[in-house]
Design a protein around this ligand. Structure first.
Ligand code: CA
Length: 439
């Protein structure tokens, strides 16, 4: 687990003034990574870090003599069109680059004039999926979500007996993971109408979002080897926002016995920014397991995981309908919760994923599963907020929703703040549904 170091110093300020206003997602203590180019430029994508309202172009920085030592090779790797090579280099390289970038961007940096030539306004750039994602696995780590969903799908048996022993997951679809700004057509699929005995092929009528975090794997593990819980976090490059769009009517018909398939694989939207575990160090929290619940098997347990394995990341879902856009209304919040409520930690997910010898690779993406919290207003999906579509949510625009309609955009945001630490954020993940493609 990352210890505190000079990059976490709360007195640090940047010569990029917008990084110092106390409300930005991107102060100098954060320095999340993304892949970008100038908007509509046809340029090659390359890595960057966020600082205030700017991006620091790491390809341009790599061509200067600002960096020295281990940070040089890490910056060259980060200058590529995907971050996979940087991810593969491992935690010491990520940490060396973070330290060097922190020093280069500080007030009083001797390199200020050169570094300024590598800054581009975030208003003028576009982003890509930050890594080649070889494999995407989605977990189910909120016991509140699992219980709420289970109650809707199986009223008599909401939480299956394996849930409290094994981190449940399934293999998702990597090819349809896209970066914030994604628009996708409403999926079509097999649906069993209420009361019918045979399915029809139709556009989904029960489109939903899922509030999740995405965990990007850094260094992988060899096929046949396993990652111990003590080493698990050293294999994690960082964390992004993830919306696992879900067609509930397709899901209800197809999910037994092998789990979700076409109800999930049409689109997944992630934020451009990956916040490193090192940046999240001030926001670690204790992970606890109710004494009445089964305690984790030894391979999923450690004193360190119990002491600091959870992260207090504030998570938010907002909706913006076509009407809200036309009337210039701001998006409306649907949910506010925290990642600290997760039943399993990210270290436990990595360890469990590899316990059978499965090889994780740099750039692999793990979804946490919908991160619903303990109270009704902390539900991370519409199916929970509306009790399966029975209780519509009223919107400030005068509309209401049970499930999403064409033109609806869903925006995920996250940030961390507490006394004695600098607020950091994740930017946002925004995606929009367009009408179904005609059959
Ligand atoms: Ca999910």
């Amino acid at each position: 687990m990352n210890q505190f170091n000079e990059t976490h110093d709360t007195t640090l300020r940047s010569f990029v003034e917008s990084a110092n206003d106390g409300i930005t997602d991107f102060p100098i203590q954060n320095l999340p990574f993304a892949v970008f180019r100038r908007a509509d430029s046809g340029e090659v994508f390359r890595g960057c870090v966020a600082i205030g309202d700017q991006v620091l172009d790491l390809a341009m920085l790599a061509r200067t003599s600002v960096l020295t030592g281990d940070a040089v090779e890490a910056c060259e790797a980060a200058a590529e069109p995907t971050l996979n090579r940087l991810m593969a280099m491992g935690q010491p390289a990520w940490s060396a680059l973070r330290l060097a970038l922190s020093r280069a961007l500080r007030t009083g940096s001797p390199h200020e004039s050169v570094v300024r030539t590598c800054l581009i306004s975030q208003r003028d750039v576009e982003y890509a999926v930050p890594a080649h994602i070889g494999d995407y696995t989605d977990f189910y780590t909120s016991v509140y979500h699992a219980t709420n969903i289970g109650r809707l799908f199986r009223p008599d048996n909401p939480l299956l007996p394996n849930y409290k022993w094994v981190p449940i997951g399934y293999h998702g679809r990597a090819s349809s993971v896209a970066v914030s700004g994604q628009t996708f057509p409403r999926p079509v699929g097999q649906i069993l109408p209420p009361g019918a005995s045979e399915p029809v092929l139709a556009p989904s009528k029960r489109m939903d979002y899922e509030l999740e975090l995405g965990i990007f794997i850094g260094q992988g593990n060899a096929l046949g080897s396993r990652v111990t819980i003590a080493r698990a976090e050293s294999h994690v490059f960082g964390v992004c926002l993830l919306n696992d769009w879900s067609a509930r009517d397709l899901q209800a018909w197809e999910y037994q016995p092998l789990g979700p398939f076409l109800s999930k694989s049409f689109a997944t939207t992630i934020s451009p920014w990956i916040v490193t575990l090192e940046a999240l160090a001030p926001y670690r929290s204790a992970w606890t397991r109710n004494a009445h619940d089964p305690q984790p098997l030894p391979y999923l347990d450690s004193p360190e995981n119990r002491e600091l394995g959870a992260f207090d990341i504030q998570l938010e879902v907002l909706i913006e309908t076509s009407v809200m856009r036309e009337q210039a209304q701001p998006p409306q919040r649907l949910c506010l919760t925290s990642y600290r409520h997760a039943y399993w930690t990210l270290a436990q997910l990595v360890t469990h994923h590899t316990v059978n010898g499965c090889n994780l690779q740099p750039g692999d993406l793990l979804g946490t599963g919908t991160l619903s919290g303990p109270t009704a207003t902390e539900a991370g999906a519409l199916i929970e907020l509306t009790a399966g579509g029975k209780q519509p949510v009223a919107l400030t625009s005068g509309e209401s929703r049970t499930f999403l309609e064409d033109g609806d955009a869903v925006i995920l945001r996250a940030h961390c703040e507490k006394p004695g630490a600098i607020r950091i954020g994740f930017g946002q993940s925004s995606g929009r549904i367009s009408p179904a493609v005609a059959l």
